[in-house]
Design a protein around this ligand. Structure first.
Ligand code: SF4
Length: 346
């Protein structure tokens, strides 16, 4: 029998479910709060509901959770990496990062990824399926329970392309932002995309004022296509138009993520190309020295290499920082932890 996944449902959907089972609409807010604010994981613990109602709900629905398969703790800082097993035995990962300002989690939005970015381990085993809303929320809730900490900054920059799981990601953001639930500020939610123009336009239409981070990695069209094949269908001039429209409509600042690969995308021409993309936009550029991954032939790039590229961007008056590496001793690029686990799994 199909059971309703309560954690994936918004208040309106919960209301409909309760009303169709002869209950009052106001119970939906109590149920929503129980799941998303109190982190209730068993319907039987919802004691504001009668015993009869709880057993009826138990028959037709469930509250999801994830199984933590493994947690790696950094000895250098408080970074933690999680491997989770989903109900259907698929594997995903997320990373918890701590700073003075906030507690951040970087979560996955899909099982695998179909975008094929050359430098990314997440795509090496192909794409399996989109994550449900509850599976994205559970990465946050399970981590909070495990560490007994409140997470206040959410980044969709783990495995998967969030805008390729558009409807679930939009619903996830709205549920997360709801003040009866987790109540994460919309400005504390960042969606990272490899530059899917259709997704950016839809995101703009939906008027979701979360932060948008664009994986640029190369501002020269032909060279970008080599490392990010998806750019063949999402050309830089059209991407820029979509970003201008996004900024005009939502007045939100953008960031460009730029993995610096020594000798590949760090010349003066590349700096000029970034400048061309940034002109006319309010954008911050985050440089990330590339991590080595298996099956990837480019050389390791040091912090000093990234600093040299930053100087070139600084000279063009671009607002740039180099992302501080955290959890270097447990480091594995996005998706690599999962891949290593899958290789060893019986
Ligand atoms: S960088 Fe992002 S979009 Fe590209 S393959 Fe990796 S997960 Fe997918």
């Amino acid at each position: 029998m199909h059971k309703f996944d309560l954690k994936s449902m918004d208040i309106k959907e919960l209301e409909n479910l309760l009303i169709s089972n002869g209950e009052k609409a106001f119970r939906a807010k109590q149920l929503f709060k129980f799941i998303h604010d109190e982190k209730g994981d068993r319907i039987e613990n919802l004691t504001t509901f009668s015993k009869d109602l709880r057993s009826k709900l138990d028959e037709i629905s469930y509250i999801s959770d994830l199984k933590i398969i493994k947690r790696l703790d950094s000895n250098l800082d408080n970074t933690k990496k999680y491997i989770y097993e989903l109900e259907d035995k698929n594997i995903i990962e997320s990373v918890y990062l701590e700073s003075f300002a906030n507690n951040t989690i970087c979560i996955s939005s899909q099982v695998g990824c179909k975008m094929g970015c050359e430098f990314c381990a997440s795509t090496k085993n192909g794409f399996t399926r989109n994550l449900r809303v509850s599976e994205m929320l559970d990465q946050i809730y399970m981590c909070e329970k495990d560490l007994n900490k409140k997470i206040d900054n959410i980044v969709l920059m783990g495995i998967g392309e969030p805008l390729d799981n558009f409807l679930n990601v939009c619903k996830f953001i709205r549920i997360l932002n709801n003040d009866l639930g987790h109540n994460t500020g919309i400005r504390n939610i960042t969606v990272s995309t490899c530059g899917i123009i259709e997704g950016i336009n839809k995101f703009t239409e939906e008027n979701i004022k979360a932060n948008l981070a664009i994986s640029l990695h190369n501002g020269i069209q032909k060279k970008k296509e080599k490392i990010m094949p998806i750019s063949k269908m999402n050309k830089l001039p059209e991407l820029k138009k979509a970003l201008i429209n996004y900024q005009e409509k939502l007045s939100r600042r953008l960031s460009f993520e730029y993995i610096v690969i020594k000798g590949v995308n760090d010349t003066f021409d590349h700096a000029r190309a970034v400048k061309n993309m940034a002109d006319g936009l309010d954008v911050h550029i985050n440089l990330i020295p590339i991590n080595k991954i298996d099956d990837f032939s480019y050389p390791d790039t040091t912090f000093e290499d990234a600093e040299r590229f930053k100087e070139k961007l600084d000279n063009l008056n671009l607002n740039t920082t180099i992302r501080r590496k955290q959890g270097e001793d447990i480091d594995a690029s996005c998706g690599q932890l999962r891949n290593n686990y899958l290789k060893k799994r019986p």
